[in-house]
Design a protein around this ligand. Structure first.
Ligand SMILES: [Zn+2]
Length: 179
């Protein structure tokens, strides 16, 4: 049984998470679906770290949770782990990794079946992924989870470390994490 103070605490935390998500959605690259470019995504794959439109979120669900874990930005309850993950990633970082070799002239598919084909190629077959960047990103995410959620909870969801790493990651073509 939960007490009233526990419920209040949980409510306050969810409000804090919602404000983080709202702030993330204001970032330029997060204003459009990571896969089809539709405006105003309201869904997310928190483990991949992208914001999605409802149509692409449905396709992500079909990939299975071993590939993509989908949530509604404002209808679902979020955990600290999920917030930390998406806060450290986002559409810009993920495009850099998962669309590394996508030709500049590539036009995003619009029909449901072509879109599913593209999304499967992108995340299931990892056809356009820069494998080296992906490995580095996983290392960063792993260390951040370790720091944010385990041993130094003082950083909480405002982990400075993750932001610095993210900035370095985005600004250098071959980012080398130093731990
Ligand atoms: Zn979409």
């Amino acid at each position: 049984m939960t007490t009233r103070s526990q419920r209040d605490k949980e409510k306050k935390q969810q409000e804090e998470f919602q404000s983080i998500l709202r702030r993330l959605l204001l970032e330029e690259d997060n204003k459009y679906c990571a896969d089809c470019d539709a405006k105003g995504p309201r869904w997310a794959s928190w483990n991949i770290g992208v914001f999605l439109c409802i149509r692409c979120a449905g396709i992500h669900r079909n990939l299975g949770v071993h590939i993509s874990k989908v949530k509604s930005v404002n209808l679902d309850t979020w955990t600290e782990k999920q917030i930390t993950s998406i806060e450290g990633l986002g559409n810009r970082t993920c495009r850099k990794v998962y669309e590394a070799s996508l030709p500049a002239s590539f036009r995003r598919p619009q029909t449901d079946s072509a879109l599913e084909h593209f999304i499967r190629a992108k995340y299931e077959q990892k056809k356009y992924t820069d494998k080296e960047l992906e490995k580095q990103l996983q290392a960063v995410s792993c260390v951040c989870s370790f720091i944010c959620l385990g041993f130094m909870p003082v950083f909480s969801t405002q982990c400075t470390f993750i932001k610095i790493k993210k900035r370095n990651f985005l600004s250098s073509p071959k980012f080398s994490p130093v731990f």
